[in-house]
Design a binder for this molecule. Structure first.
Ligand SMILES: Nc1nc2c(ncn2[C@@H]2O[C@H](COP(=O)(O)OP(=O)(O)OP(=O)(O)O)[C@@H](O)[C@H]2O)c(=O)[nH]1
Ligand SMILES: [Mg+2]
Length: 189
């Protein structure tokens, strides 16, 4: 799809403040530092729209971006950051879970971002199982393919596909802008 407008509308730290109007949501979920915010910037072609950082734990609220006045693209905090404090982990974990499991809005699709080099972690698989329970469509986006050696990329993607089947896997690199068009095409299909 062609994104003609993208604006930040609000950031929340309490899932009950999520938008519940008639517009649908597409949520971007994944481990800390996997490139969720970078992906939002690359999909919207606006470099600084979502704040990114080389340090994990950058996004600490749920940020809503209004796309084409049609739907919300939702940037979530990451999970699985080992060095975060216990309290911080719990706060972020609760925020993510409450948002995902709240039935008060139209969550149409989840883009679950994993690291193409690492593959799905135990936490990613837990998240995938949770998402399967609520019957939301999931696209597994394998980011950072630029870090995977070309000679093993095909095998690595085959392994990832086998592990997350039957979900669609889209390999791409937010940094090198590879495969971003294909990911974008899946947004509202
Ligand atoms: N090599 C490489 N690095 C990337 C890619 N995409 C993102 N990064 C880097 O990964 C780091 C984290 O990116 P973010 O977009 O902030 O990650 P995030 O998932 O939003 O992280 P949190 O908000 O902390 O959960 C940054 O240093 C990015 O430059 C990619 O495709 N390839
Ligand atoms: Mg982020």
């Amino acid at each position: 799809m062609n994104i003609s407008s993208a604006t930040f509308v609000k950031g929340i730290t309490n899932a009950q403040e999520a938008f519940t109007d008639e517009l649908f949501h597409i949520a971007v979920i994944g481990r800390s530092n996997v490139g969720k915010s970078s992906t939002i910037n690359i999909l919207t072609k606006q470099k600084g729209l979502a704040k990114t950082s080389s340090f994990p734990g950058r996004t600490q609220q749920i940020n809503f971006f209004l796309i084409n006045n049609k739907f919300y693209l939702v940037d979530l905090p990451g999970y699985g950051y080992a060095k975060a404090s216990g309290t911080q982990k719990k706060l972020m974990g609760d925020l993510i879970t409450e948002y995902i499991f709240s039935a008060d809005y139209r969550l149409k699709k989840v883009i679950l971002i994993i690291d193409a080099e690492i593959g799905p972690t135990a936490r990613d698989r837990e998240m995938l199982e949770a998402l399967e329970q609520i019957n939301v469509e999931v696209v597994v986006a394998a980011n950072k393919v630029d870090k995977v050696k070309k000679s093993i990329l095909k095998k690595q993607l085959d392994d990832i596909r086998a592990q997350v089947s039957p979900h669609v896997v889209m390999p791409y690199s937010a940094e090198k802008r590879q495969g971003v068009g294909e990911l974008s095409n899946l947004l509202t299909v």
